[in-house]
Design a protein around this ligand. Sequence first.
Ligand SMILES: [Zn+2]
Length: 67
Amino acid sequence: MNKRKCDVCYKHNAKVKDYRFVESCGLQGKVLSCKWCFNLNDVAVYQIVNKGLNPKEFYNKNKEVIK
Ligand SMILES: [Zn+2]
């Protein structure tokens, strides 16, 4: 009940308030995000929402800076 899932991936517990405007995903403003989604760009967020990807996968694939 007091554990809210991330609005983007629905996989991890929401930790941070974020602002996303990704119309194709239905994200238009304030979202509660996990620490993984929070650091990702809009393109990655789009893929997570539409393909059900785990945001951690983006970190494994791209160990460099994600911006
Ligand atoms: Zn997330």
